[in-house]
Design a protein. Sequence first.
Length: 240
Amino acid sequence: MPLSPENIARLRENLERIQQELDRALRRCGRSGERVLLVAVTKYVPAEVALELFRLGCRHLGESRPQQLWTKAETLPAEAIWHQVGHLQRNKVRRTLRYARWIHSGDRWPLLEALQHEAASLGVRPRVLLQVNISGEESKSGFRPEELPEVVPRLKELSQLEVCGLMGMSGLGASAAEKSRQFELLRRLRDQVQPLCPPGVELRELSMGMSDDFPLAVAQGATIVRIGSALYEGLDLGSA
Ligand SMILES: *Cc1c(COP(=O)(O)O)cnc(C)c1O
């Protein structure tokens, strides 16, 4: 069912507001003129809403569940660029790589090996981010910060992947000051391990910041923000 004109107008307003907030956050920390990639996370909404976001100019769309990504990617125009942002099981790697150009959740070595193997067999070269557990919460996945210096030199074994940065999520319920420290940790970690990377591997991307904390992440150097709920404020999807 197509979206109502009210919902489309609301979506456009939300998107404009978020883009303005992004610009403001960049200006405040002296990064005006730099670009931050907005990945619109569509996990809360049906494919019609994702399609409308695409029409409004969001080319980069994200999903946390692989099955949702497959279905929406099948529905939307092939020009949409899909990001797998949530946990990925190994048995879903092959199918996900048919659709997703970006994997933000490279959170353990066996998964990276599976991505390497399937990407080679499919003849694709996905962009992959190493997810780091920056909040220290047991429930969060990701490499531990202290593991990274050992992981990064081994990236030379993963020639089929374009490993191009780090991804992190701030702790649930953390204060603004704590979140800022966690984002800063990710940036420092990147600066620390970049010299340990094999030739050709550049960790230029920092995927950090969601609806509640993206201005803090931008202030700490985010190059990609993953925004979901803030896009859908005020939408009436009962009558989508
Ligand atoms: C859901 C999700 C997001 C978006 O979260 P919001 O708080 O709704 O903006 C970003 N990243 C990941 C990994 C997610 O699962």
